[in-house]
Structures are given as structure tokens and as C-alpha cells.
Design a protein around this ligand. Structure first.
Ligand SMILES: *Cc1c(COP(=O)(O)O)cnc(C)c1O
Length: 807
């Protein structure tokens, strides 16, 4: 392992750096500095130490003249950065001591930072973990995305119902980024396409500029730093002084308003095609800017465009940047004189596509007339791509069909590899959505099971467990997570198990404090913390969890002295603002919490809490404090999940279905250390063909029938007894996600969990085995897989070449 290239620094020198920034960068006297001022000064002092490794990495990349990875993602769900940067630089202890020496509470300063929430959930968080791993592994890479002015909305509850307000992270200065006014590209929309002297010319209707903002992403021990480049939209036209002087202020600012709209908001819906022109423009905006940028870099190094695939690996995170294919073909043909076939094969040599969903409603399709209106030249190029595909195969799969542009098919056809995100998901991609294209292009679909960065999701968020692991197996694990296997040798040691328990208890106590301060809620720290946190979606089945909670409440009431295992059911997550059923589920959970938490008979055994506004920072507090991880999606619907990995890594066994990466987690931790229930993906498909399967399931389960009756009759909504009528009727009549069919199996398995938890040493052993055996789920392993199988990019950190997990 290479020595850290991080300059070490003394606490007093670092304190002096912070004070210097306070004075010089913030213009504040320490006596009058606010928490915000301290946070800015600390961030700037840390940032100073990122710049050297960043420049050094850039220099090495230029020297190597090798291949760069370009990770295009509509979302980056980053969270806070102070602790992340401090930990990666090895400055975490120094930063804490420096703040203390300055009379400040480090934790409070860290918590003052707003989350960078430029994503909805798993897909965006994956992109953030990948950036961390690309830097840790020393693979030259750029992340490309949009610098949204407003990230994911903030969630509040009003009488239990979700309300949304705009998120305003950029209302404060974002200290981690560097504005690059010199890096900007025109992005064209609309207009028409004409032939002039044998040349095809796109005469655009409107143009905005894409301006770059760069955030350095430093990897473990500061050995390497890549760039996250986010694009902001700005107007091309100069300010219209004439209109302004005439008093027409609106007209004067119209071009600006139009441009700014494009990078204004993150769409708060990651699963459905919202079918809006603005969304298509956002996608093209950041994709075109990124393609122009990487071509400029390639050409400035004197590259011959025919060799582009040897120097450029573009990864499309889902179909949102799928326009990259036609855009690259357009530039090669229209600006560089490539023939169609050569342009297509060159573009394909650069492009790879990650599929994240099998849900048909989530595969992007644009109305063809809208598409022609916004991107007329690209529409013609897609026709050429489709024709080339039809000519080269026996396929009858089209990209343009029924008046729609199918972005999944486009991404697939233009990619040299298509990957799913877990073993099960990749198999289902071959068997279902892309079965025909799989036959046309055998070998194109491969698997790269998702992962998570252990720096954020263990080292930084779980100090008690981190310290215990360091004590037990040494400190080499954060960038070589398979080393956690070494913990397996210690699970038979009662002393180790005791310490593991102490660490979990400390995390639970921290959560209790946090919840008490934030929401005034008091929890029993000895109860089982049973946690389901993720976006609210019918397929994720928060509703089944709630139904089980009500059923449990009923049984405790009837038999309060039966020795129940005390439980706290913790929910967290946002619903897309337009997703009515998901919002009803949130309302129901909160309504049930009001009634159940007030019940004196059951209160010692069952509590429900649902803290508002789940985000990365909340996950970092909840996950280390979790005893039981809920991963209960309908089998075949969760492509991978990454929340499931975070919990297992932090010593929380899973209750779950055979879905997504749960399958592989169970393989790793062992069937004895995973609470499996429910139908398999194949059984789900089969069950859907049984007439009236939901009604039959309810009739066969008096326990479930009773719960549904209570909810439907208004037991939890006494002021509005009909509130959940529709929700319950929906379950009885459709239940596409088979909540009713899996309910009994889920309930019974929860009772097995009760018994298992009652034997604490044995439970803790199971928890420790989860931590020990999930090292494979590091995003370093995932990125190594992409580098080896898709990108063919080596690490530029000299000592990394020999590591077993590096391509
Ligand atoms: C990890 C993470 C997710 C993804 O969770 P899943 O359970 O895999 O859906 C979503 N949101 C946040 C804030 C996360 O940290």
C-alpha cells in the first residue's frame, strides 16, 4: 500500500489556518464569528489541502495520456462534505481538536452544513459513492451533472400529511466548488434542420450557455482527486439595457429567466416519466455540455477522433443522459465530417449504459412531436441509428415507435455494454425489458452489483464500530473492505461480542439524543430499532410494514403479558409530490403512530416514529443505530438497493425478500443471519395470473382482514373516517405489489425476529457476522468491476496495480 501523500499538519498550524480564513476569507473577528463563519473557515482550511492532490492527479492524468472515465448522471446525492473531506485527508481528528482549541463544538459545526441533495435516492447516492471510489482507486474521471439551484424538496408533516417546500442549499455560499467562468458551451434547442450544399445544418431556435462549477473529490488518504463538474445554465444574450431603460423590466430579464429555468430544480420524481419539455431540455443541456467538454479536452491533447474510444469511456447512469449517443454522432458527422457508420461505431466505442429499473413506467419515452420540436437534428440522427441497427441485425426492435422516442432502446443500441446493478436484476434485464435486444447483441448485457463507500457509510458515520474494528483487525480495511472478513475469527469471543454490543448501544443512544433534541421524542434505547428508510413507493411496501405494525399492536393489546420484545418502528422517506398513493401511505403511518403511541397498554412494547425530511445526513445517524433492516420490496422490483448494504455493513441483520442485492447479501452473510420471507420473483409473476389473488389472500388471513377493516373503518383517522377507504380498496382489488400475498409470511418472520432479538448475545453475533461478511459490497469493488469489464481503465496510483480488487 502506498504511503499517504497527505501532508501531515499539527493542530496548532491547522487552527491557525482556520483563523486565517476566518479573518481573510470571511472578514470576521473570532469574537463575533457565528457557527456559519466557523463552518466556512474550517471548510476552506480543509479545501486548501485538497488542491495539491487535485493538481497532482490532473498532471499525472495528462502525462499518462490514457483513458478517462466520464460518469454522466442527472443526480448526485452527496450530503455533507466537511467530515467526508476531513476523513479522506486523514484530518478528522486534527479538525476536531482544532475546533475544540478554538472553543467550538466540532460536531455542531459539521452539522451546520446543509446537505447537497442533488438527487432523489439510490441512483443519485450511487453516483456519489462512485465518485468517492473512482478517486480512492486513482482512476482518472470526471463526474458530470447539473448544478441545481434547488435540490430535493424538504419534507414537513402537517397533521401527518406530507408538505413540500423548496430546498435552498445555494442560498449560502457552497465553499467546495470553484466557478469556472472560462469553461462554458452553447446549448441549442429547437429551430429546424436544412440541407445546404450537401451539408446538413441545424439552425437552432434558442440557445443557453452551460457554465462549469468544479468540486474536487478527494479519495482515501488524499492519494488522488477527481473532479465533479456541474453545469449551470446562463443566458447567451447580454442584458437588454434598452428595454430596462424604457422601464420594461420584465422584458429585460426574460432571456435570463428562461435560461435559469433549466438548472433551477431537480425533478422530485425518479420513477416516472413526467413528460415535460423542461426535463428533456435539462437532459440535453447537461449531456451536450459534457460531450462538448470531453471532446475539447481530447482535441486539445492532439487526439485523432477515430481513436476516441481509446481515450474516452462515457458511462450513462440510467437513460437520462441517453441523448449522448445521438449528440456524439451529430458532432462527429456535422462538425468533423464522419460518415454515419463510422460516427455510430466511434460513439458506441465510448458509451456504456447502466440500467436501474424494470418498472415500465420508469423507462423514459418522449412523445416524438415534442422531441422533434426540441431536438430536430437528433431526431434525424436517431432515424439513422435505428436504420443502422435494423440493417446490422435481424431485429424488429425500434427506437421510434407509436409516436414515441424510446430512450432505453436508444441507450442500449448505442452502448458497447449494458449493465444491470445486481445479479438478479441483470438476469431480469436479459429476460424481460431487453430480451429481444439481448438476442440481437449477445454478450452486451453484463452485471455490476452496486456498492457503497465504506468511508462515509462506516468509517465516518459509525465511530464506535470503526474504533472497534481498528482495534480488532487493524486499520487497512477502509480501502480494502474484504479485510472485514478478519472479524469472523472474533465472533466466537464473548469479549468481542460485548464490545460490538457496546458500540451499537452508543449509536442507539446518539440517535435517541438526536431525536429528542430535534422532535422532542423519547425512545426506549433497549427496544429493537426496526428501521425502514428509503423513498416511499408501493413496490418498496412500507404499507406492508405498517400493516404488520397494526397487527402486532392488536396482538399485544389482547395479550399484553406475553413477553413481547419491545420494538420501535422507525420510518423515513419522501414521496414524489405527485404520487398520491405514496402520500396516503405516509399519512397513514403518521395517523397510526398517533393512535398507537398513545395506547397505555402497548406503549412499552411498540412505538412508531417517522422523522421528517429523510436525507443522507439522517441516514448517517439512523443506520448505525439500527437493529433490524427492512428490505421488503416485491421480489423482482428493486433493481439492487444500496440501503440494504449500508445496514448490513453497520451490523443490522435484514428482514427481506429475495430481491435486488438482498440475494447476494444473503449469500454473503449466510442464510442463518438473514430473515428471509415472501414470494420469489418467479412466484410473483405466477401469482399475478391467479384471479382475485388479493381478495383470496385477505380471506385466508383473519389477522390481515382485521387490520384492513380497522384502517378502512377509520380507527386511525377518527376525524375523517373515510380517509383510507380508497387505499384499502386498492389493496383488495389490485394489489399489484402483492402486499396481501406476502403479509402472513412477513408477520410470521417478524415473530421469529422477536425471539432471536431476545437472546442478545446471539443476536449481536449475527449482527457482527453481517459486518464481517459484507466487505464485497464496497463501491471500490463495483468500480473495479466497471474499470475491468467496461472501461478498460487502469489505476494511476502506482501501488494500486497489484491489488487484487483492481483491474
Ligand atoms: C442509500 C440511500 C438511498 C437508497 O436507499 P434504498 O433503500 O436502496 O432505496 C436513498 N436515500 C438516501 C438518503 C440514501 O442514503
Amino acid at each position: 500500500m502506498s504511503k499517504s501523500s497527505v501532508p501531515t499538519i499539527s493542530v496548532s498550524d491547522f487552527s491557525a489556518d482556520i483563523l486565517r480564513h476566518l479573518k481573510q476569507s470571511l472578514g470576521k473577528d473570532a469574537r463575533h464569528a457565528s457557527l456559519y463563519d466557523w463552518r466556512m473557515s474550517l471548510s476552506l482550511a480543509l479545501r486548501d489541502h485538497v488542491v495539491d492532490p487535485w493538481f497532482e492527479s490532473t498532471r499525472k492524468t495528462y502525462e499518462a495520456r490514457g483513458k478517462r472515465v466520464y460518469y454522466l448522471s442527472m443526480e448526485f446525492l452527496i450530503g455533507r462534505l466537511i467530515e467526508d473531506v476531513a476523513v479522506n485527508l486523514g484530518f478528522d481528528a486534527i479538525a476536531a481538536q482544532a475546533m475544540q482549541s478554538l472553543g467550538q463544538d466540532y460536531a455542531e459545526v459539521v452539522a451546520n452544513e446543509p446537505d447537497a441533495a442533488l438527487g432523489n435516492g439510490g441512483l443519485g447516492r450511487l453516483a456519489a459513492c462512485f465518485m468517492d471510489s473512482l478517486s480512492t482507486l486513482g482512476i482518472p474521471a470526471y463526474g458530470y451533472g447539473i448544478r441545481y439551484e434547488h435540490g430535493l424538496f424538504e419534507q414537513h408533516f402537517e397533521d401527518g400529511a406530507q408538505m413540500e417546500t423548496a430546498e435552498t442549499w445555494l442560498a449560502q455560499r457552497h465553499v467546495w466548488e470553484f466557478e469556472r467562468p472560462e469553461v462554458s458551451y452553447p446549448i441549442h434547442f429547437g429551430g429546424d434542420v436544412v440541407e445546404e450544399m450537401g451539408k446538413t445544418i441545424w439552425r437552432a431556435g434558442e440557445t443557453v450557455m452551460a457554465s462549469a462549477y468544479d468540486t474536487p473529490v478527494v479519495g482515501w488518504q488524499g492519494r488522488w482527486a477527481n473532479t465533479l463538474r456541474l453545469w449551470a445554465a446562463t443566458p447567451t444574450t447580454a442584458f437588454d439595457l434598452e428595454s430596462f431603460n424604457r422601464g420594461d423590466y420584465m422584458a429585460a430579464s426574460a432571456p435570463e429567466a428562461l435560461a435559469r429555468t433549466i438548472s433551477r430544480v431537480l425533478y422530485p420524481d425518479d420513477t416516472t416519466d413526467i413528460g415535460k419539455e423542461l426535463r428533456l431540455k435539462q437532459e440535453y443541456f447537461f449531456t451536450s455540455a459534457s460531450i462538448q467538454d470531453l471532446l475539447r479536452r481530447f482535441l486539445s491533447e492532439g487526439g485523432d477522433l477515430r481513436a476516441l474510444p481509446d481515450h474516452v469511456a462515457i458511462q450513462l447512469n440510467d437513460t437520462h443522459p441517453a441523448i449522448a449517443g445521438p449528440e456524439l454522432v451529430r458532432i462527429l458527422m456535422d462538425d468533423h465530417g464522419f460518415e454515419v457508420a463510422q460516427a455510430i461505431s466511434t460513439a458506441r466505442g465510448c458509451l456504456a449504459y447502466t440500467n436501474h429499473t424494470l418498472l415500465p413506467e420508469a423507462l423514459e419515452r418522449w412523445p416524438e412531436d415534442l422531441f422533434i420540436r426540441v431536438l430536430p437534428r437528433h431526431h434525424r440522427i436517431i432515424q439513422l441509428i435505428e436504420a443502422a441497427h435494423l440493417a446490422a441485425t435481424t431485429s424488429d426492435i425500434r427506437i421510434l415507435e407509436h409516436g414515441e422516442v424510446k430512450m432505453g432502446e436508444l441507450a442500449f443500441i448505442m452502448a458497447h455494454h449494458v449493465n444491470g446493478v445486481s445479479a438478479l436484476h441483470s438476469d431480469l434485464v436479459k429476460e424481460t425489458v431487453f430480451s429481444d435486444l439481448h438476442a440481437d447483441y449477445p454478450g452486451r448485457i453484463i452485471n455490476q452489483t452496486n456498492g457503497i463507500t465504506p468511508r462515509r457509510w462506516l468509517y465516518s458515520c459509525n465511530p464506535p464500530l470503526r474504533n472497534l474494528i481498528n482495534e480488532t483487525i487493524g486499520t487497512g480495511w477502509p480501502d480494502d473492505l474484504q479485510q472485514l472478513d478478519g472479524l469472523s475469527d472474533h465472533v466466537g469471543d464473548a469479549g468481542f461480542i460485548e464490545k460490538f454490543q457496546v458500540a451499537k448501544d452508543a449509536n442507539k443512544a446518539r440517535l435517541c439524543d438526536w431525536l429528542h433534541k430535534r422532535d422532542g421524542v423519547s425512545l426506549d434505547p433497549h427496544a429493537m430499532f426496526d428501521v425502514q428508510i428509503k423513498r416511499i413507493h408501493e413496490y418498496k411496501r412500507q404499507l406492508m410494514n405498517l400493516l404488520e405494525t397494526v397487527a402486532l399492536w392488536n396482538e399485544i393489546r389482547e395479550n399484553p403479558n406475553a413477553g413481547w420484545t419491545p420494538r420501535v418502528k422507525i420510518f423515513g422517506g419522501k414521496a414524489a409530490p405527485g404520487y398520491v398513493v405514496a402520500k396516503e401511505i405516509i399519512h397513514l403511518i403518521n395517523d397510526a403512530a398517533t393512535i398507537i403511541n398513545a395506547d397505555p397498554v402497548t406503549r412499552d412494547y411498540l412505538q412508531i416514529v417517522y422523522p421528517e425530511n429523510y436525507n443522507v445526513s439522517m441516514a448517517e445517524i439512523l443506520i448505525p443505530a439500527t437493529d433490524l433492516s427492512e428490505q421488503i420490496s416485491t421480489a423482482g422490483k428493486e433493481a439492487s438497493g444500496t440501503g440494504n448494504m449500508k445496514f448490513a455493513l453497520n451490523g443490522a441483520p435484514t428482514i427481506g425478500t429475495l430481491d435486488g442485492a438482498n440475494v447476494e447479501i444473503r449469500d454473503c452473510v449466510g442464510a442463518d443471519n438473514f430473515f428471509l420471507f415472501g414470494l420469489t420473483a418467479a412466484q410473483v409473476t405466477e401469482r399475478r395470473s391467479v384471479p382475485e389473488y388479493a381478495r383470496r389472500a385477505v380471506e385466508a388471513s383473519p389477522r390481515l382482514a382485521r387490520v384492513l377493516k380497522q384502517i378502512e373503518s377509520g380507527v386511525f383517522s377518527p376525524s375523517d373516517k373515510a380517509r383510507y377507504h380508497g387505499l384499502v380498496q386498492g389493496l383488495m382489488n389490485h394489489d399489484y405489489f402483492l402486499v396481501t400475498c406476502d403479509f402472513d409470511s412477513y408477520f410470521d418472520t417478524q415473530r421469529i425476529v422477536d425471539k432471536a432479538f431476545a437472546d442478545q448475545p446471539s443476536w449481536t453475533r449475527m449482527a457482527a457476522l453481517n459486518t464481517a461478511r459484507v466487505g464485497w459490497f464496497s463501491s471500490d469493488r463495483t468500480i473495479s468491476g466497471y474499470a475491468r469489464d467496461i472501461w478498460k481503465t487502469p489505476s494511476l496510483i502506482a501501488s494500486m496495480g497489484s491489488r487484487k480488487d483492481v483491474a
